[in-house]
Design a protein around this ligand. Structure first.
Ligand SMILES: [Mn+2]
Length: 474
């Protein structure tokens, strides 16, 4: 049996438990992670249960803690499904949820704990790559598919979750690992098409300037979120915006026009202080969800992911969930407004950062102290963009922080894959440094975070600088 087969068969006991509770007519409690992948996963699971004809209640949670688990336990649910979170908290579930059946469908680092009432499904338990090979939504989809073959129409959400978790790390920004299986099923069902091109959101249908302005992954400083500037930029580049009275989309451009657009973008990025290679980040595999209406943000897999991400960051995960469950009309209008607002905020924050003097270069890291000028829910996104666009010249991780509630600061640390290969593990750094200063931290090697009291910010930062130095050396 291959690892993938072993993983797939590990879903069977979970499917059995769900069937048993459906037969008993139980209401099913779903707890999913409140990020874009988690919302997509929650949408898949909610729809799966809805189709089985039983009641369900789904909530999105930022993190697992005693308080949350106790609150869920107090509802006395016959079955709780944790999705895109939970693998690290089995001991907590064991302690508080002994009266319920528990299913955990996750792809984050697991802890060891066993209990007869807990079924734990995680690709990492089978030697598969959970960070790059399958997302929370992918795991939820593969589960859903085993509940009923008819759920293949939920496969596009599995793709959206993978793109949201930035798992498009293959050549030309393709998906890897078990995501390929989800992709193949979606294609076979006629719900997905892929092509390699400039990855502006709305390749097929959206007017060029808008497509450029709407693209946030990758983020193009000076253009993303700024339609007026995109118009001027395209005119300057000599690209005709309209033909026969119709706005042109990216697919209407000739190869030669695409080449001149590419070289204009390259010049623009250099002018904006980005790395010259950043322009290659604009080419990749486009995932078109063909069952979605043209013109909508759900048509492009990356834009759908951005939309869910915006809902999550703007504290409207329920809205994202409604979209995943198929709500359009009113919900879509509100979600699009949320995405607009989110794009605008990021563009403004980025301008603020680049006004100068905001980023301090330390010995081993870059430091960005945003206090209340950047929302603590978006500080991590800003840090990622600064790193990915090459605005920071030296190969050093960035550590950014903003004020959160109750006198705490929220810290977001980001490194590149390259730095991780050379030994940087920001998750370990955040954990160790935060613990020293009455805080809590953790995460992955390239993306990690911490919370701690504001009065310790300087000492914390110096400690992080030291810890990163040690990692460089070993
Ligand atoms: Mn995830």
């Amino acid at each position: 049996m291959t690892s993938e087969e072993a993983f797939l068969s590990s879903l069977e006991p979970a499917v059995e438990i769900v069937r048993r509770h459906v037969e008993a007519g139980d209401t099913i409690r779903i707890v999913t992670h409140s990020d874009a992948d988690g919302i997509a996963a929650g949408g898949i699971l909610s729809e799966t249960v809805r189709r089985l004809g039983v009641g369900f209640r789904t909530t999105c949670e930022k993190r697992v803690d005693e308080k949350m688990v106790e609150a869920v336990a107090a509802e006395r649910p016959p079955l709780v499904i944790f999705s895109d979170l939970g693998s690290g908290y089995l001991d907590m579930f064991k302690e508080h949820l002994s009266g319920s059946d528990v299913i955990v469908l996750d792809h984050h680092l697991p802890v060891e704990a066993e209990a007869p009432n807990i079924v734990h499904v995680n690709p990492l338990l089978h030697g598969l790559d959970g960070a790059r090979g399958i997302s929370g939504a992918g795991v939820a989809y593969l589960f859903s598919r085993r509940v009923d073959d008819g759920n293949v129409d939920l496969s596009p959400l599995g793709i959206v979750g993978a793109l949201a978790d930035q798992q498009d790390k293959g050549e030309k920004k393709t998906l890897l690992g078990m995501n390929r299986l989800v992709e193949a099923e979606a294609k076979e069902a006629g719900l997905l098409e892929t092509r390699v091109d400039l990855i502006f959101y709305g390749y097929e249908t959206r007017p060029l300037a808008r497509a450029l302005a709407y693209t946030t992954t990758p983020f193009i400083p000076g253009l993303s979120g700024r339609e007026d500037r995109c118009l001027a930029f395209l005119k300057e580049a000599g690209i005709e915006l309209k033909k026969d009275g119709r706005w042109r989309a990216l697919r209407d451009l000739s190869e030669e026009e695409k080449r001149s657009l590419f070289s204009a973008l390259s010049k623009h990025l250099i002018y904006e202080g980005c790395d010259a290679d950043a322009v290659y980040g604009l080419i990749g595999t486009i995932y078109t969800l063909t069952a979605e209406e043209a013109w909508t943000p759900m048509r492009d897999g990356r834009e759908y992911a951005s939309l869910l991400n915006a809902c999550a960051r703007m504290e409207k995960p329920g809205l994202g969930l409604a979209i995943c469950l198929g709500d359009r009309d009113e919900a879509m209008k509100e979600a699009e407004d949320t995405l607009d607002e989110y794009r605008r905020q990021i563009a403004e924050y980025l301008d603020w950062v680049r006004e100068g003097g905001r980023i301090e270069e330390m010995e081993n890291i870059y430091a960005l102290r945003a206090q209340s000028d950047i929302n603590d829910r978006i500080i991590g996104v800003v840090a990622s963009i600064l790193l990915s666009t090459g605005i920071l010249k030296e190969q050093k991780p960035i550590v950014a922080w903003a004020r959160a509630e109750e006198g705490l600061i929220k810290v977001s640390a980001r490194a590149t894959e390259e730095m991780a290969k050379r030994g940087i593990d920001l998750g370990a750094v955040m954990m160790e440094a935060a613990e020293k200063f009455e805080g809590r931290g953790g995460g992955h090697d390239i993306a990690a975070g911490a919370f701690l009291p504001e009065e310790h910010e300087r000492q914390f930062l110096e400690m992080v600088d030291d810890l990163v130095e040690k990692q460089w050396k070993t």
